[in-house]
Design a binder for this molecule. Sequence first.
Ligand SMILES: Cc1cc2nc3c(=O)[nH]c(=O)nc-3n(C[C@H](O)[C@H](O)[C@H](O)COP(=O)(O)OP(=O)(O)OC[C@H]3O[C@@H](n4cnc5c(N)ncnc54)[C@H](O)[C@@H]3O)c2cc1C
Length: 271
Amino acid sequence: MIFAHGLGGRDLTLKLLSSLDWQQKGFQIGCRVEHLQEWVDRRQYRIAPRPGCLGAAEYHLAMKSRGEAAGSGVTTFCMCPGGEVVPATAWTGQLSSNGMSLRARDGRYANAAVITTLPPETFSGPGQAYEFLRELEARCFAAGGGDYAFPAQSIESFLRRRTALEQPEASPRLGIRPAPLFELLPPAAARRFAEAFRYFEHLMPGFRTGNAIGIESCVSSPVRFTRHPETLETSVKHVYVAGEGAGYAGGIVSAAVDGLRIAEKLLAATP
Ligand SMILES: Cc1cc2nc3c(=O)[nH]c(=O)nc-3n(C[C@H](O)[C@H](O)[C@H](O)COP(=O)(O)OP(=O)(O)OC[C@H]3O[C@@H](n4cnc5c(N)ncnc54)[C@H](O)[C@@H]3O)c2cc1C
């Protein structure tokens, strides 16, 4: 039997915890940042307008941990050139951000998640970690007005601890509403993001002219189901957990490869 329920199958994960061996692991939270793609192109290519032979420019920014607990650095993730910020939730009354680009990557905006890792010892167990995520997503939903619009503020106002939204135009199709994201996030994480935004401004001048949008909470799993090193079975024979929900993958390719590895093991074990 294979369970491949992704990060959206939280109820199933909680049920499986009572039957299978598992380890608690760190996971990431954050928000999206969005800029005009034209600004990213100008920063990266140093020419404007971008010639047609060049694709929409990308970036990857990281700030290493500075003296705090290991894993507490901040990084951009899932950068979507010419893309849009989309609501991604499996639960009524909860809201989490994600990002996507169409193949042409020719949209007006560029977005990326900005994330930090919460180490496993932050929570007493997976139940508390999932409750934390549920509350965070419910706060995000409420702060956006309860209709799947995203709470948002300019990065500048995040740094000044104000709620202003100087650029109310943004990619989310259901809209954005001004809200203090720094109050939605746990205080230590909000401080880390503020520090990172200043650093990113140093790396890419103009970074703070963008918007911070939504809460990113579906990046990786708070638990990992332990596996037999050879057969990849869980602690129960013939039971496999594959993909992102297993805690070994993050993203389309790694989840798919994990599923393929498990399928191969299962076929090899089938008489
Ligand atoms: C908007 C968006 C954009 C993304 N863009 C990228 C990207 O550009 N690059 C990238 O690498 N990753 C991206 N991701 C992440 C990527 O989608 C996931 O990493 C990947 O889909 C994980 O694959 P999976 O098969 O493990 O889980 P999933 O694709 O989540 O599949 C799990 C399936 O199990 C089902 N399920 C859950 N619980 C149960 C249950 N109890 N019973 C029965 N079925 C259940 C779900 O409905 C779902 O169909 C994006 C995600 C979103 C939401």
